[in-house]
Design a protein around this ligand. Structure first.
Ligand code: SAM
Length: 255
């Protein structure tokens, strides 16, 4: 059992509610911030239990902001924990959070779980996550629930919206730049991790990937193929060599 699981299961502080599999996932992606000066923003305070658990997990140098629509939550402030009151569907409120925390290491969206709230929070605050930060959107099960504005393949659900992230992560390889081009997302996102009801986005500054070829070709077939590909990079077409789907398109930069 990791510490986070332990702190949740043995919690005697304020109440929290998380799906049972979240603690293992969070520990996998967030343990690198433990003991550091980490800035954590969580939407959805409720009884304040998760904020207290984050404080215990990350330690005395952590700075934690909880944001909630319920003004009652304000009284749950304590050392290291600030509570901001507002609607996460409101882009103005979202922008104002940056006055309190201009650079965010970890953002956890566990607020209203409605589609517009999740999308607006992502659009306003994702660019302000630090280059090695982590963005988590919880309870994506609501993307399949009509009462939250979701539904299977429903346009505008957060799941459907986030499926586009996969294309942007891979945009370096796009042959249709007018439709899919390298974006800030392409240049700043390292990986997407989809779990049941939880999406984790890990950031990292990236450059255009390139292939590393080492060792010797092992058969004649590969020898010919490698030679053909090398000639092709010089824009020469060897006679009798058929272009394969993997060969470089003329408008592409050589790797
Ligand atoms: C699931 S609870 C949060 C649980 C808490 N994060 C925990 O793990 O213990 C959801 C919270 O989101 C808040 N909420 C609902 N709609 C909201 C909105 N539009 N903006 C901000 N917070 C909202 C609710 O008041 C409620 O406190």
């Amino acid at each position: 059992m990791n510490d986070l699981e332990k702190y949740i299961l043995e919690n005697t502080g304020n109440q929290t509610c998380k799906w049972s599999h979240y603690a293992g996932i969070y520990d996998r992606h967030l343990s690198k911030f433990r003991g550091k000066e980490v800035n954590l923003l969580e939407f959805g305070v409720s009884h304040g239990g998760s904020l207290q658990i984050w404080k215990r997990y990350f330690g005395p140098k952590a700075r934690i902001i909880g944001a909630d629509i319920n003004p009652e939550c304000k009284k749950l402030e304590e050392d290291q924990i600030t509570i901001l009151v507002g609607d996460q569907g409101d882009k103005k409120f979202l922008g104002s959070i940056l006055d309190h925390m201009p650079e965010i290491d970890i953002l956890i969206d566990d607020g209203g779980h409605r589609m517009k709230q999740q999308v607006n929070t992502f659009e306003v605050l994702f660019p302000h996550i630090k280059p090695d930060g982590v963005y988590a959107c919880e309870d994506l099960n609501t993307s399949y629930w009509h009462r939250y504005g979701g539904g299977y393949k429903k346009k505008g659900s957060f799941i459907e919206y986030s499926k586009n992230f996969i294309d942007h992560l891979n945009a370096w390889h796009s042959e249709q730049p007018h439709r899919l081009n390298i974006s800030d997302f392409t240049k700043t996102v390292d990986s997407l991790h989809y779990y049941d009801s939880l999406l984790i986005i890990e950031k990292r500054l990236r450059e255009m990937p390139y292939a590393i070829e080492t060792g010797h070709p092992s058969t004649n077939f590969y020898l010919k193929k490698t030679l053909a590909e090398r000639l092709e990079r010089l824009w020469l077409r060897p006679i009798g060599y058929k272009e394969s789907p993997t060969s470089l398109a003329p408008n592409r930069k050589a790797k």
